[in-house]
Ligand binder design. Structure first.
Ligand code: BES
Ligand code: MN
Ligand code: MN
Length: 472
């Protein structure tokens, strides 16, 4: 069976693949909200059934949280190619604020845009639409080629959007089935993930690094109850004033993070990466303009791509405390809290960063204030060697699928378990995604261009073909 025939099959069946995606998108698999527990399971079962229909042996595996879809296809009998691990996630971010959606988040709509039609729904690009680029490619191989051309194990989880808190344990528990002696056919050789972006709508990309993450919640306590600010103001510590002082002190005038030792483990950018990225000629004003901004911002001495891809950053993601109701209320709140996250780059260690934050804030507390820090999960940064053999196969496949050489990029986002593929399973990961910068990931009106959906399916058809012909 030639890949050209499989590509034709993808084209002929494209409309049906869109309907399948739409059906999956209707299931509101919001992992962070316990109210959607059964819908998460339903979305997992939907995928397991679909994988079963195209020749996989698929099961739901229980975890302490939402189940993992675990599926295996042995590939062709006597196949000599590698065994790949495909990872993605079926869970989605909460859809709120609902009133900013132009159509309901779980009633997918197909609308026109500058690149043709697009599907608008929560999860369209992150990550259901991208998981389906792979599943549809497998379906095409199954329907015209009699089966996928290499051995595949799929791990599609339901808790990526809440930090993949149970995935490390899951990988440890199933290691023997993925890379150990109980692996069917052969141990997995590398991982493939479609949960990142393309360079632009016509240009594919391979992402070779992701940033890590530390997410914490810090609460400052002062007086034992809310106090009248006329009687007590200026005489007692105000937790909101104090927390604001700490948060403001996180960055200096050059927008560098001030926590002692914070940059100690940061691997410096090489001159060759810097010049390659400069040559990419990234359109900063388009990137900013799409977010309603016109001027650059960030750590002094770095370009936008360098800041996004290879520099650690810190953002306050939410803040609360004090009186939020109508009109004025003159109180000193007894506490205040903030959610704070750090994006990390190689070779920063989440535990070390959390410890330094703890020390830093404890070292500057006002008298009468007490601090509590809750760890909301973390992920390590990761890097894939750009000379990995699968990288060469992928570059060739993407060029065949899309007619253009892929761009090698890094990403500012995080996929917490990718580092676990390396540290637990010993596998490198190829991140080959089909999103665009303006897809409004995690925002209202999230969308996936059908052009990208098609490009993703074509790419996976060719990737499977190239991998199958790779020397192991
Ligand atoms: N798919 C994204 C990460 C991403 C987005 C990578 C765009 C590259 C380009 C993933 O689902 C995500 O949102 N990750 C979270 C991790 C967090 C919830 C632990 C992130 O990066 O904030
Ligand atoms: Mn994702
Ligand atoms: Mn996400």
């Amino acid at each position: 069976m030639t890949s050209a025939t499989v590509l034709e099959h993808v084209e002929r069946n494209f409309d049906r693949s869109v309907s399948r995606l739409v059906n999956w998108l209707r299931i509101p698999s919001v992992s962070t909200d316990p109210a959607y527990r059964s819908q998460c399971r339903q979305a997992a079962q939907w995928l397991a059934d679909d994988l079963t229909a195209i020749g996989f042996r698929a099961q739901l595996r229980e975890t302490k949280g939402h189940p993992v879809v675990f599926a295996h296809h042995p590939g062709p009998a006597g196949g000599k190619g590698p065994h790949l691990l495909f990872y993605g996630h079926y869970d989605v971010q909460p859809p709120d604020p609902l009133d900013l959606w132009s159509s309901p988040p779980f009633e997918p709509s197909i609308v026109d845009g500058p690149h043709g039609k697009r599907v608008v729904a929560r999860g369209a690009v992150d990550d259901k639409g991208q998981v389906m680029t792979f599943v549809e490619a497998c379906r095409a191989w199954h329907e015209v080629g009699g089966g996928v051309p290499c051995a595949i194990t799929c791990v599609i989880e339901g808790e990526e959007e809440c930090g993949s808190v149970n995935m490390h344990q899951f990988l440890k528990d199933s290691k023997h089935e993925i890379v150990g002696s109980a692996a069917p056919t052969s141990p997995c050789d590398f991982a493939v993930v479609s949960d990142t972006g393309m360079w632009d709508v016509d240009t594919p990309a391979i992402t070779y690094a992701l940033r890590g993450l530390v997410y914490l919640e810090v609460t400052l306590y002062g007086p034992s109850r809310d106090l009248h600010s006329g009687l007590y103001g200026g005489c007692v510590p105000n937790p909101i004033n104090e927390l604001s002082r700490h948060l403001a002190a996180l960055h200096d005038g050059d927008r560098r993070i001030t926590i002692p030792g914070f940059y100690d483990d940061v691997r410096p950018l090489t001159e060759s990466e810097r010049s390659q990225w400069a040559a990419l000629d990234f359109d900063e004003s388009a990137f900013l303009g799409e977010a309603g901004l016109s001027e650059g911002y960030g750590e002094k001495g770095f370009t936008l791509l360098e800041r996004q891809w290879a520099r650690p950053t810190c953002d306050v993601n939410g803040i609360k405390g004090g009186y939020q109701g109508q009109g004025a209320k003159t109180i000193i709140s007894s506490s205040a809290s903030a959610k704070v996250s750090f994006r990390l780059v190689p070779d920063q260690d989440p535990r070390r960063i959390l410890d330094s934050f703890r020390k830093w804030i404890n070292g500057q507390l006002a008298p009468g204030c007490r601090v509590e820090i809750v760890d909301h999960g973390s992920g390590r940064p990761c890097l894939t060697p750009i000379d990995h053999p699968a990288m060469f196969a992928a570059r060739a496949a993407l060029k065949e699928a899309m007619g253009r050489d892929p761009v090698l990029i890094r990403s500012g986002g995080s996929i917490p378990i990718v580092e676990g593929f390396k540290s637990i399973l010993g596998l490198d990961t190829l991140l080959i995604g089909f999103g665009l910068n303006d897809d409004r990931v995690h925002s209202p009106n999230e969308k996936f261009e059908l052009k990208c959906f098609r490009a993703g399916q074509r790419s996976h058809v060719m990737l499977l073909d190239r991998f199958a012909r790779m020397a192991k």
